[in-house]
Ligand binder design. Sequence first.
Ligand SMILES: Nc1nc2c(c(=O)[nH]1)N[C@@H](CNc1ccc(C(=O)N[C@@H](CCC(=O)N[C@@H](CCC(=O)N[C@@H](CCC(=O)O)C(=O)O)C(=O)O)C(=O)O)cc1)CN2
Ligand SMILES: [Zn+2]
Length: 758
Amino acid sequence: MALTHNLGFPRIGTRRELKFALEDYWKPKTTADDLLNTAKHLRQQNWQTQADLDYAPVGDFSLYDHVLDMSFTLGHLPERVQGLKGSELDHYFRVARGRSPADCGCGIAAGEMTKWFDTNYHYIVPEVSEDTAFSLNNQRLLDQIAEARSAGVSPKPVIIGPVTYLWLCKAREGDDRLQLLERLLPVYGQLLDQLADLGVDWVQVDEPVLVTELDADWKAALETAYHALKGSRSKLLLTTYFGTLAENLQQACNLPVAGLHIDAVRGKQDVQAVVDWLPPHKVLSLGVIDGRNIWKTDLNGLLEWLTPVHDKLGDRLWLAPSCSLIHVPVDLALESDLDPEIRSWLAFATQKLDELRVLKSALNEGTDAVAGPLADNARAIASRRASGRVNNPDIRQQVQAITPELGQRKSPYSIRANKQAQHLKLPRYPTTTIGSFPQTTDIRKSRLAYRKQEISREHYVTTMKTEIERAIREQEKLGLDVLVHGEAERNDMVEYFGEQLEGYIFTRFGWVQSYGSRCVKPPILYGDIHRPGPMTVEWIAYARSLTDKPLKGMLTGPVTILNWSFVRDDQPRRDTAFQLALAIRQEVLDLEAAGVNIIQIDEAALREGLPLRRSQWQDYLDWAIDAFRITANGVKDTTQIHTHMCYSEFNDIIEDIARMDADVITIETSRSAMELLDVFEAFRYPNEIGPGVYDIHSPNIPSRDQIVSLMSKAAERVPAERLWVNPDCGLKTRQWEEVIPALENMVAAARELREAAG
Ligand SMILES: Nc1nc2c(c(=O)[nH]1)N[C@@H](CNc1ccc(C(=O)N[C@@H](CCC(=O)N[C@@H](CCC(=O)N[C@@H](CCC(=O)O)C(=O)O)C(=O)O)C(=O)O)cc1)CN2
Ligand SMILES: [Zn+2]
């Protein structure tokens, strides 16, 4: 008898109930009780959806971030929030956002955010130093176990394992993370004791570090940790996901735990070896349903492959999605407007659990028991494979015809830089922004009204143009040097392009959490990509017509579009990237022809798309950088190409960043006090750089002195004549009331720096 379980369910709600509850609480429009009630209701709903699984996850729900929750569970908060007044909830949001409703405006630095492995989910990085201490604070998990039981599910608490937890931490100086293991393990021991006291059968202990290349210290830490925890009276399910175990396979099989979960989608090649190696008393959970994509599983094909594994393992076989389902939208049932043919190819979180049920019945009772669902599934899989809408021979031909010259600029950077300087006549320390200005409620309401056909296209266009004009006038007033149109017309920097490219469809409610209350609706790339016409020119040319100042046109690059979409799994990602590159290249050339001589091509997701294993980095970087170059490098010497990346560390890939050959790159640096620039200095990065001078994710306003001090640090590392002054990232999540004073200070800081430089 195979069992089924789930690793985690989306917590945002089918209609983003959690997002709205959080934002109302922060305003503050509602009370903590209101927020906690919504959260409780969402957990109940999620358990209902998962009630017939043999085990449902508990503790996967989070008000903001599950890593931050784990930090609280371990009594591990940054020093700067310790001792402040307020409830635990106040503390929680202080760490997450730099303030809580109780703080009346006086903020502290928010915890740093970074990407969760290779996903578009961002977690709050736990901060450690040699003084870090831990103490158990397990009430959240204990309460939720009780809640889950009264909801009628069999709870399987989910925690981040001690080694992965430390791996996610950042040490302020040096790297002494592993020295903390000894202090951390007793707290995990107590935690597991408390769960066992509640009669918990299984605990899911996430150790996704096992899919990365680990050096000897980290491998030893895994041994130490699981030998220390082996007395646990609850059984431990050591849980890995997002890739193959590869050289860690034997260790993963042999750690002293009761079961192992592996990603049987990305790590399918590991399965046979794991079945052979796993000691006979252990459970093997196979993550056979893709938790990172929205395509239906080929259940018939899978069953053929699974049946012998089931014959061998019997009761020891568990089935699950490959990873937590927080990376996919909640429920396809809401998508009544989707093209019915393509819709029949899709499965969201709720449907993925249905797939698990079918698999379980087929294995335990025989395929006849689920003949209907299996036949439906076979039809959907066949329909997608045979559909004439997926492949377009012309586009395949154009990709075939790509030559290296397509990615080559006419002259080297030094020549271009001179021509651009003559043309643009920018001052030293030029100021600019990253593209978006506040996405106000009015903008969003107007877009909603347009979508519902309550207002005409004309009306919508006029409203957006008014917003663009507002952004231009505000920038002129602020005295910024290079203006942007502000991106009012874009719902999102990726979805907007998906909506306009053929080969894509998009959803109404396909929300996926990106961080905290912020969600994205990744568009679905199902077929060959074609650009029917210009996508941004009307808006940017309008902005161009409004001002005499230099204006920067704004596009999203092919790699970022790829990494933040749900993409086809029937061709290599590289091929899809090149198709996107050809489409965006056309847009770049159209913008240039419309008189836009500064063009930014955002590649915010280029770095996060790096494979989790270093051995696969170069292959990815080779095609990803080529795709960027194809997009960017068809322009004249006098056209200045910018690119932007957020939360990026460049130490290991600086050569590739340089190979992009953008005239200007803007990056995130403010939270790391310009340390990120060390590598640009060491490498003697030749082109211009705009190191972000303030963190846009926090509502706090940076002071002029802070900015001057950060830029002075930058000027120690990079020659001043190659420095730009700009925020970390786009300003769309901020309010105008926050943006204006912040940018005033930024412009004042740039003036001070110019004067000081003489
Ligand atoms: N794809 C992507 N990934 C990214 C980023 C990014 O910008 N895009 N940035 C980084 C950080 N991540 C972020 C992710 C999302 C948001 C964000 O602001 N998301 C918005 C939604 C953006 C959106 O799609 N807006 C739509 C829909 C807006 C909406 O909610 N409309 C309401 C009605 C309007 C209202 O009453 O407010 C509705 O449909 O019900 C629009 O503008 O049209 C949000 O969560 O609030 C910001 C940063 C990394 N990853
Ligand atoms: Zn950014």
